[in-house]
Design a binder for this molecule. Structure first.
Ligand code: GZL
Length: 626
């Protein structure tokens, strides 16, 4: 009897499976039962190659973090450094029915189209380490390779201690964007010192054996070398072993990069005095899974880019660095007190930004001491000093201008209070006076404005005159939107900026600049580029007062993309709005809670932004959140 039941169940099971396969064959859909099991989410990971130790570390970190979640499954592919294979890997992962793709591209430009296709097809994409061109992805997580190079350069300069010397750059994967950025950052520091002679040995791979062979082959010419900068830790290890076999390990110092921990790895070698230093290059694997879950659960506050922090690891701080890697992240939900110094109330963007911060503070259990500086740096500095006296847990500043903050930031550091930069950046003489920057990529916003002009306003037989309405002098959005715009302008013949004036991001001053221009010149402007909507809207009022039709007689491109800008586009008075997202509250407060809980902060978190024009304004206007 029992046997008959078992047989019947087997037959039923086989029929069911056959039925499922038929369904799958008929509908063309892979039946997920074989890949999903009980997982709620399947995450595909396309790795460029699994032969580089850093890439293996990335996969390991992803898998370790994913193991903390019961409801996700990871499927990993190895492109073996082959672009075409990586494209096939991505296709295969999609056929498995993945819910999100994490990809570390073999090659930035050659994988851009495939990443765009997946993202635009509706599958969220997290790009890691090597980027892709443009912004058609959900999130980028990676190190700042230029910063890693600069930190290595600073370390080499300290090792030479102001003396003349010869430095050998021993670099692999020279065609990879990260090697190029690291070398660019390194050279930018070392080339400042004329007494340093730079030599270079470039290799096709970053394997230890390759480095060993290259350095060994240099025997006889190594005598003049004082320091070797190795573009990865395994190159550093290969160089060290070669020098050791030639009895030269004491006469030549080595600086590596990647900062692997574990027995015999680079941090261990630093502790043993084998290499002088290494620069950490975090993989971001843990962050990738954490953000993937935010994306899959459609939580708000997911940024566009997370740039990870790298550290200079020497014998003096290596033990502290290792201890920091083991820090347990504990957020016991306690109320955190934050002193926030806001620029002022100069624009609608600012009003939305302030509202977003105040609302998010409530959501994240943050007690907010909020000061509005009315665009006065002096008042911001006074507010920061008040926050220090009140011993807040964290200080946040949206600085009205970039410079003049060193002294008060040193006071905050002396008081042990971390300072977060929100919305705008500062430039300080001393390093590490601030923790993380959360905001926009102003350079890219400027580029996007001019790219839209180049694509949509075609010079017909004459050079088009541009009038630029600038924000307040010295503010990072003003300087960088101007710089980004000028970069693309250089690539686009047929346009010229004929007038450029500071309008301090206000409606009134935007209007006033146009009034003054019209009084002093015959109207000869074809395009107005405004650093924000408020100045653009003031300019529109002035143009209409003088009988000039905004949006037709003169095209107008603005930055921010507030609801009033959408309204002006619907009315045909504004032609393009480049988005600058003011809703920084959620990512800011999430970062503050993570920082207080002991999590290492990225260097910067960049928000998601798009470009809008009249073709989409009516459809999207009512969806705008600010
Ligand atoms: C940009 C922000 C700028 C806005 C303006 O992040 O600092 O300041 O573009 C605002 O609208 O006044």
């Amino acid at each position: 009897m029992r046997r008959n039941i078992i047989q019947a169940v087997c037959v039923m099971g086989a029929l069911l499976l056959l039925f499922a396969v038929c369904i799958s064959a008929c509908t063309g859909k892979r039946y997920r039962v074989d890949y999903r099991d009980e997982a709620e989410y399947v995450i595909g990971v396309s790795q460029a190659n699994m032969r580089e130790a850093w890439r293996l570390a990335l996969i390991q970190e992803i898998e370790e973090e994913a193991a903390k979640y019961q409801n996700i499954r990871i499927i990993t592919t190895d492109a073996t450094a082959d672009v075409e294979k990586q494209k096939q890997d991505v296709e295969k992962l999609l056929q498995f029915g993945i819910d999100l793709l994490i990809i570390s591209p073999c090659d930035t430009s050659k994988l851009t189209e495939k990443v765009e296709e997946v993202y635009q097809g509706g599958t969220p994409v997290i790009v890691m380490d090597r980027g892709v061109e443009g912004f058609e992805y959900s999130l980028f997580i990676g190190p700042d390779n230029d910063m890693i190079g600069r930190q290595a350069g600073e370390t080499v300069m300290e090792l030479l201690n102001g003396k003349a010397g010869t430095v050998l750059k021993l670099c692999g994967n020279i065609h990879s964007i990260q090697s190029q950025e690291r070398i660019q950052g390194f050279d930018s520091i070392v080339e400042k010192e004329p007494r340093i002679t730079l030599r270079a040995q470039y290799m096709d791979t970053e394997l230890k054996d390759t480095a060993y062979d290259v350095v060994t082959a240099m025997d006889g010419t190594l005598e003049e070398i004082d320091v070797i900068f190795a573009s990865s830790d395994y190159v550093a290890q290969g160089a060290y072993e070669a020098l050791e076999d030639m009895g030269m390990e004491k006469s030549i110092k080595i600086v590596g990069s990647e900062g692997f921990t574990g027995e015999g790895e680079s941090v261990d070698m630093v502790l043993q005095g084998k290499i002088a230093a290494t620069i950490s290059c975090p993989t971001g694997g843990k962050e990738a899974i954490q953000y993937a879950m935010n994306i899959l659960k459609q939580e708000n506050g997911v940024p566009k880019q997370v740039i990870l922090r790298s550290h200079i690891i020497t014998k003096e701080n290596a033990s502290e660095y290792l201890a920091g890697q083991e820090t347990e992240i504990v957020d016991n939900g306690q109320t955190i007190t934050v002193g926030y110094s806001q620029v002022g109330q100069e624009s609608q963007w600012r009003a939305a930004n302030t509202y977003s911060i105040q609302e998010a503070a409530k959501e994240f259990n943050i007690q907010l001491l909020f000061d509005d500086a009315n665009q006065s740096q002096e008042r911001q500095i006074a507010a920061i000093r008040r926050f220090i006296q009140e011993q807040v847990d964290v200080i946040v500043v949206s600085p009205v201008i970039e410079t003049g903050w060193d002294e008060v930031l040193k006071e905050a550091r002396a008081a042990g209070i971390p300072v977060v930069m929100s919305d705008r950046k500062v430039t300080t003489k001393e390093k590490d006076l601030t923790t993380i920057y959360i905001g926009a990529d102003f350079l890219e916003e400027g580029r996007r404005a001019m790219r839209w002009i180049c694509d949509n306003i075609v010079p017909e037989g004459k050079t088009l005159n541009i009038l630029e309405l600038k924000g307040n002098k010295g503010a990072s959005p003003t300087e960088e939107r101007g710089k980004g715009f000028a970069e693309v302008l250089e690539e686009c013949p047929g346009y010229q900026i004929v007038y450029s004036e500071y309008g301090n991001f206000t409606y009134e001053e935007g209007r006033e600049i146009i009034d003054v221009y019209i009084q002093e010149h015959a109207w000869d402007i074809d395009i107005i580029y405004s650093h924000n909507d408020d100045m653009a809207l003031g300019a529109i009022e002035a143009l209409e007062a003088h009988g000039i039709s905004p949006g037709t007689d003169v095209k107008i491109v603005s930055v921010d993309a507030t609801k009033d800008a959408f309204r002006a586009m619907v009315e045909g008075k504004l032609n393009c709005a480049v988005e600058c997202n003011p809703l920084l509250g959620a990512p800011l407060m999430k970062a503050i809670r993570d920082m207080v809980a002991g999590k290492e902060m990225p260097v910067r978190i960049i928000t998601e932004e798009k470009v809008y024009d009249q073709s989409v304004a009516e459809e999207l206007m009512n969806q705008r959140m600010y």
